[in-house]
Ligand binder design. Sequence first.
Ligand SMILES: Cc1cc2nc3c(=O)[nH]c(=O)nc-3n(C[C@H](O)[C@H](O)[C@H](O)COP(=O)(O)OP(=O)(O)OC[C@H]3O[C@@H](n4cnc5c(N)ncnc54)[C@H](O)[C@@H]3O)c2cc1C
Length: 557
Amino acid sequence: MAVAPPRTSHATHAVANQAQPLEDYNVFEADRPLVEAVSREGGNYAVDTITAVGEVAGRAETIELGRLANENPPRLRTHDRFGNRIDEVEFHPAWHRLMDVHVSHGLHALPWREPEPGAHVARAAAFMCLSQAEAGTGCPISMTYSVIPALRAQPEVAAIWEPRFTSLEYDHRMVPAAEKAGALSGMAMTEKQGGSDVRANTTSAVALNGGGPGAEYELTGHKWFCSAPMCDAFLVLAQTEGGISCFLMPRFTPDGERNRFHIQRLKDKLGNRSNASSEVEFRSAWAQMIGEEGRGVQTIIEMVNHTRLDCTTGSASGMRAGVAQAIWHTDHRSAFGKLLAEQPLMQNVLADLAIESEAATVSALWLARQFDEAHAGDERARLVRRLATPVLKYWTCKRAPSHAVEALECFGGNGYVEESGMPRLFRESPLSSIWEGSGNVQALDVLRAMVKSPAATQAFADEVGAAAGSEPRLDRFGSALAQDLQDTDGMEMRARGLVERMALALHGSLLVRFGDEAVADAFCATRLEGNWGNAFGTLPAGVDCARIVERHRPLAA
Ligand SMILES: Cc1cc2nc3c(=O)[nH]c(=O)nc-3n(C[C@H](O)[C@H](O)[C@H](O)COP(=O)(O)OP(=O)(O)OC[C@H]3O[C@@H](n4cnc5c(N)ncnc54)[C@H](O)[C@@H]3O)c2cc1C
């Protein structure tokens, strides 16, 4: 007779005092500052779409897709088994399912499909929600959204490609775009010898039939960074006799052959691992000129401005994810006999993170509204957007990494462990500051805009000044800044400091006018008046931390 093994005690495996995952909740509805901003900035007409995206974004299943897409990164297949070049990228099915969620909800195209007032705001809000589940898919989505205004510089080319880029069908087959239900766009500017300095591009373009806007060219050269190389077409820069020019380069030539667009290798990146970023070579690759010859930078900048908006929105999304996760975790974990979220010093950390996140959300959605109004022909919005885009891109993206670190630390050791999702959030956080113009480039762009367009400078000052008289600390901060902006001595060296203060003044003005009273008050005391330390969690006495945390709590505790 078999002897039963002794019963094992499981006492050492009892799981106690650990939080449950934050999942199966509506990412949009749980985010009060975002819900308010959508309504205030004109995006409410699409609230059903945003709510639907928020529901998908919070599903356990979607969060799991995000994990899978990042733990199973894309693989490059340069050749088939017979040695023919194919230049294809293979993705995990989770990537495709996430892409399908983006595209089917129109996150790549909403304002072009429905040019309603508030469409850029609605799209930005939905993008913020879905990016919290997975950020890598945002790259091709953002580029496809952003390509349209640049493409319209060449109306007959736009007439062919715009319906493909705005389709709600995600079709990832490697076949000519004309045979597909929908297409995606990428962008390739950066070369080995220079990314910020795109005028140093050496890729050359030779006209096939006389050349000029809309004409056919063959491009030869390389691109050191080309994200999402599985896209159906790319906006690229290349030199012609007339100077640097913009082109649309499809993956297939008009006769249905694979274009001479060769993917050399995929980058091994710090984060953003679900997304394929590659090095490519063009060997007499077929392309069409977009916009005027020699004005490539002016043409492609229309695309870049929209991706810069998404960098701002994406960083705000990362901060919101950090706040939601940190509050959720500390609401469920006790130490020294009390929930972490109830400990005064932890409340200080959470509230400080929440203030930063609210400033980012409020200003990102406000910026999206400027895009709506500028597209509708509003000159004030066009001017204010010129300065506010690099100002907010600079500062919001700069804040993301330190914010992510502090949110991660709220989890203690669990935050350093991959399964918590916090390491992925952290690895993602520096990226938006680098691409689409790194920090210094943004700061210098602000100076350039101020020199070239006093009207844009005035529009920015008017926006900040709209809160004048309501908050003395903001008034004092604004006056000192205005004085320092008059001093042009050594301005290039001082550019970061000035742009940071411009961002803080804009945040302050928006929060005082539209934000929560306790958040605005704490923002002014710390970020404007300097009653603050060098790390998050150094809010002064008197700040209503409990109220601020409650406002940002993703779900009732
Ligand atoms: C994951 C990832 C994906 C990318 N995807 C794409 C893509 O799809 N398409 C594409 O075209 N590019 C892409 N990029 C490239 C990205 O846009 C560039 O890396 C970026 O613009 C910086 O260019 P660079 O790398 O050549 O750096 P550099 O231009 O060499 O800059 C290095 C540093 O010098 C600073 N700097 C530059 N000029 C000045 C100045 N005048 N004064 C002071 N400081 C200065 C910059 O701010 C930066 O900090 C991607 C990058 C990454 C990391």
